[in-house]
Design a protein around this ligand. Structure first.
Ligand SMILES: *Cc1c(COP(=O)(O)O)cnc(C)c1O
Length: 374
């Protein structure tokens, strides 16, 4: 089965991991700080490495001080962790609808969802296409809310010349193998605000405080450390950070190949009836994580099943988050975000990854052409 996404590992990645394994550190050693510095060169903001993209979101909500009684406005067109990270902090999630072209959070819908309890707005850069951060920034500032960007799809994307990572108060990343670069499991939180990044770092390390200036009992002894707020062990080990730094050195090449494959899909599928292709707004330069087409005429399920039967691992990204039974059981009802629900009903992700060959891509196009033509 041709997958819809997969990692690209070359000898430089293997050598980096082997070198880390032979060093004095397996977990928090020099490669963590190095990976965080390498990430900052891409994201434009200081970073904290964490264990995965879901814990990155949990960490971001903790850093933002999100808790019971707070409302977090987010998109339903995402992986569940964008919302569940806020729920795990005891907050209430409010879903705002998406825009029809990008499937990104609609600023007008966010505006309409703001209440006096709104404490955060969490956008997603769906498929790698940045959300409308300038508009979202204005709304969140007026609401006194923290702006969070779930950039699990979008490391390396830019928006009006500015990198994803500098656009929100907190930006989260995932380095799962299907994403734009991998550390196996892994993630990061970026923030241009030192106070927020500091809280993220402390939460990621079980809440432990070691800085003498911050200790309540500074004279206890050199061994002393304190917990002031609860945190978790969400550290990313040295060995995986070594892989992350090696992957980052290849990121520009990853972006180039993903763009090339996107242009090729656009050209090869442009004349196919019953299909809507992804678009790109003015002023953005996306890292293309997904190639999300829309299958019209109610044929998505059929096309999905027939592509899979042909050995092509298409995927659907995503069911609207509030359709998950955990949200249904909390009283969320279908029909809340009609644009997202229509998008979901038609959405299909075609294979897109760095080592996808032109010949593989031709096979995907041919299979789709045959199914849609019959
Ligand atoms: C993958 C993903 C996550 C979660 O990342 P993991 O590393 O798998 O925990 C969160 N949000 C979005 C949009 C994702 O695609």
């Amino acid at each position: 089965m041709l997958p819809y996404g997969r990692q690209s590992i070359d000898p430089s990645d293997v050598a980096a991991v082997v070198a880390a394994l032979g060093s004095d550190w397996l977990t928090t050693g020099p490669r963590v700080a190095q990976f965080e510095a390498d990430l900052e060169a891409v994201t434009g903001a200081p970073c904290v490495a964490v264990s995965n993209g879901s814990t990155a979101l949990h960490t971001a909500y903790a850093a933002a001080g999100i808790g019971p009684g707070d409302e977090v406005i987010t998109t339903p067109m995402t992986f569940v962790a964008t919302a569940s990270g806020a729920c795990l902090r005891g907050a209430t999630v409010v879903f705002a609808d998406v825009e029809d072209d990008t499937a990104n959070l609609d600023p007008a819908a966010v505006e309409a969802a703001v209440t006096p309890r709104t404490r955060a707005v969490a956008a997603v850069d769906y498929a790698g296409h940045p959300a409308e951060y300038d508009a979202l920034r204005k709304i969140s500032e007026r609401a006194g809310a923290v702006l969070i960007g779930d950039a699990a799809h979008a490391i390396g994307s830019t928006y009006h010349g500015r990198p994803v990572g500098t656009l929100a108060d907190l930006t989260t990343y995932s380095f799962f193998p299907t994403k734009n670069l991998t550390t196996g499991e892994g993630g990061a939180v970026a923030s241009p605000r030192p106070d927020l990044l500091d809280r993220a770092r402390t939460f990621r390390t079980v809440g432990l405080v070691r800085d003498p200036a911050r200790l309540r009992y500074p004279d206890e002894g050199a061994w002393h450390q304190e917990v002031h707020e609860f945190g978790l062990n969400y550290r990313l080990p040295d060995v995986l950070c070594a892989l992350g730094s090696a992957q980052l050195r290849r990121l520009a090449g990853f972006k180039r190949r993903r763009a090339e494959l996107t242009v090729r899909y656009d050209a090869l599928l442009g004349d196919l009836p019953g299909l809507r292709l992804p678009t790109q707004r003015e002023g953005v330069d996306p890292m293309r994580h997904l190639y999300p087409v829309r299958i019209l005429d109610g044929r998505r399920r059929e096309v999905f099943d027939r592509m899979r039967a042909a050995g092509i691992g298409v995927q659907v990204n995503y069911i609207p988050v509030y359709w998950h039974p955990v949200f249904e059981d909390l009283g969320y009802r279908r029909g809340m975000c009609p644009v997202a629900e229509t998008f979901y009903a038609e959405q299909l992700s075609l294979p897109l990854f760095v080592d996808l060959t032109d010949a593989d891509q031709d096979r995907v196009v041919e299979a789709l052409r045959q199914i849609l033509g019959s």
